[in-house]
Write a protein that binds this ligand. Structure first.
Ligand code: KG4
Ligand code: ZN
Length: 358
């Protein structure tokens, strides 16, 4: 039997430098360095600091991944790298590093869409994605409901997207107003433990009868939570943090899962996949489980360590592209910081059956 190609994936779109190794759909290594602590005192990611941290972490993280897999650089058959979307300086560092490695070992290079990486992350834990599946992608910068067929061969259909803030952005910004540290999502999740999710009635945006059923909006919810906190402060009262965090989390989880289940029903899709950093949220996971079970829908959510940004998910897309016979990227491929999610690969991949023509 022919040996499956070994693919190294590099991720550097935000504050995590990730290197992962995947072969034949199997995860061989997963190493991540985060500059999160360096951004905490600014309350958000500082692009210049992130870029410098990627530069410092690139070699150690790749080395760590190779060591974990018991491989040497020359054992790598292909290199996949996030070319967008993300912070441009941060993306540049990862792409320059990936190009250098690919060139040095004579391996093909694949430019990958970061969000397709989040989707593929689940395959590392639960095997190939069923065709079709509905994917709810919830991260710090994106919130979308997708209809996914073959992830690397078919165009990705957007059923709905956020019209303003992403769900993770809402958590991060409200956490700041609540006086919680960055990143806000995990802090809200922790604070919500023991809180009453019905204590504060936060709005459920875009859930009325006459609105786009799959569009999301989180900026009104963010403002509502900020006003609520402000009212407490003006009265000189402490914010009941556990109740507020639980109620906010409940509003976000309710809207996300309600729309995702409705999409599965309307499109008669039997599997829902929830991915991205916010898929790490305990209430989002629990409510998705509860509602999918009630609706007879199979739910797939990657384990926590594969939900947030990492290189393994980029290697997973690269591995699928290689196995689909996709054309690699030219060595002058560049970054696309605001790339829309249309295909998993961020460069034309004209090739065999079904893979998009240039
Ligand atoms: O996918 P990701 O790691 O990076 C982006 O591509 O944006 O997502 C990061 C987002 C942040 O907004 C962070 O606050 C949120 O995911 N997040 C969470 C949790 N863990 C991470 N939000 C809610 N609950 C969590 N446990
Ligand atoms: Zn991400």
């Amino acid at each position: 039997m022919q040996k499956a190609p070994v693919v190294l994936g590099i991720e550097s779109s935000c504050d995590e430098t990730g290197a992962g190794i995947v072969s034949g759909g199997r995860l061989l290594a997963h190493a991540v360095a985060s500059s999160m602590d360096q951004h905490a005192r600014y309350g958000g990611v500082v692009p210049e600091i992130a870029s410098r941290a990627h530069l410092e972490s690139f070699n150690p993280v790749v080395r760590q991944a190779l060591d974990q897999a018991g491989l040497r650089l020359n054992d790598i058959d292909a290199v996949a790298v996030t070319t967008g979307p993300g912070l441009s300086g941060a993306l540049q560092v990862g792409l320059a590093g990936a190009k250098t490695l690919a060139y040095a070992i004579g391996a093909p290079l694949y430019g990958v869409h970061h969000l397709a990486g989040h989707v593929a992350a689940d395959t590392l834990a639960h095997g190939p994605l069923p065709d079709p599946c509905v994917v709810l992608i919830v991260s710090g910068g994106h919130t979308s409901l997708l209809l996914v067929r073959d992830l690397v061969r078919d165009p990705i259909v957007h059923l709905g997207d956020t019209v303003d803030d992403a769900a993770g952005e809402c958590f991060d910004k409200v956490a700041r107003v609540f006086g919680l540290p960055y990143p806000g999502g995990p802090a809200i999740d922790r604070s919500a433990r023991g809180g009453d999710p019905r204590a504060v009635t936060f709005p459920r945006p875009l859930t009325g009868a006459k609105v786009d059923p799959y569009a999301f909006s989180f900026s009104g919810l963010k403002t509502a939570a900020a006003r609520w906190a402000e009212r407490h402060r003006l009265r000189g009262e402490e914010i009941p943090l556990a109740d507020a965090a639980a109620s906010l989390q409940e509003a976000v989880a309710d809207v996300l899962t309600r729309k995702a289940i409705a999409a599965c029903r309307e499109y008669e899709v039997a599997t829902l996949v929830v991915v991205g950093g916010v898929a790490a949220n305990s209430r989002v996971r629990a409510l998705a489980e509860e509602r999918c079970a009630a609706a007879g829908i199979a739910l797939r959510v990657p384990p926590l360590r594969l939900c947030t940004d990492n290189g393994a998910m980029i290697a997973a897309v690269g591995d699928l592209l290689v196995r689909a016979g996709a054309d690699p990227a030219p060595l002058d491929v560049s970054i696309d910081p605001s790339a829309p999610l249309e295909y998993a690969a961020l460069h034309p991949v004209a090739q065999t059956s079904g893979v998009r023509a240039a």
